[in-house]
Design a protein around this ligand. Sequence first.
Ligand code: GDP
Length: 356
Amino acid sequence: MALKKKSALQEKQGVLQPETTNSSAAQQIKKSRSKQFSVDDFVTKIIAGDIPFLSRAITLVESTHTAHQEKANQILERCLPYANTSVRIGITGVPGVGKSTFIESYGKHLTQQGKKVAVLAIDPTSSVNKGSILGDKTRMEELVTDANAFIRPSPSGTSLGGVAQKTRESIILCEAAGFDTIIIETVGVGQSETAVHSMVDFFLLLKIAGAGDELQGIKRGIIEMADAIVINKADGDNIQNAKIAKTEFNRALHLYPPKESMWQPKVLTCSAIKHIGITEIDSMISAYIQLTTKNHYFTKRRNEQNMYWLKTSIEQQLKEAFYSNKKVAKQLEKEIKKLEEGNTTPFNAAKRLLKL
Ligand code: GDP
């Protein structure tokens, strides 16, 4: 079989294409792909809730290409007045705890009430093993086909900071597109929970009941961050264990000082697979939003998060500008050599480099 010239499938070079490939359709696809949409086009479409455009804009946000980034920044600025309208929920838990099953169950619960749900992920492992916690197509099968849901896998990136920054910007785009609930999923790896915590309103830790010793294996700090601990898989033979775990976590939570939000973190049980306990979790999150709106903590925290991201962005951009500077790169090599030869100290080397 010969390679046809005008095939939409020909993107993968070297893959043999069937003779029947529709060349006019291929041309159309090519045309629409190469069409340069303006910032105006993007903003208008996103605000109208156009999902393909939302996806495209997120791709621009995730791109490392300078021109794409500039365009993404313009789109973001223009979308900002339409953002900040959602409830942002962070969900974390070890692999296998049932995060995707839970998000599907909870997500469906929300869309059935007419809500629009966007699911984004921060997965620091995705850049390592090229996979993603959301990359597996069998996950969230029902939510994927729900017209009121939007699911986006984790962007790949070299650093957690970079990935988190992009996710944060994607939140803005999703909100501008009319999504009123944004769920950010992460696996309990590295500092990803801290990153997620710094961009959500409500932080939920998903657990399963083990054989006693519930508090073992929980990273320090996570319990402090959690607004709720939900013990999943409370079904069948596991119901009793889940109840015991609930008591233990409740006891543990009471050892922590009250939160600035004045919210007393809750422990609930659920069965994501059987859709048991989902309504209660939804009511709990609503109660949290109500309380923190009333006592103004909600706005205060979002402002603090903005400040945090401002600082993080400055640091990141300074770093990038520094290391991508050709003079610096050249001098850095020299300084490293000097260091190895014992002719300078790291402090002096850094000082000279920064002066450049
Ligand atoms: P994730 O890795 O945290 O996203 O976990 P998954 O959602 O992929 O679930 C891991 C496994 O646990 C799957 O086989 C699910 O079917 C199962 N599972 C998830 N939720 C429940 C539940 O509520 N009850 C039971 N019995 N199994 C569940």
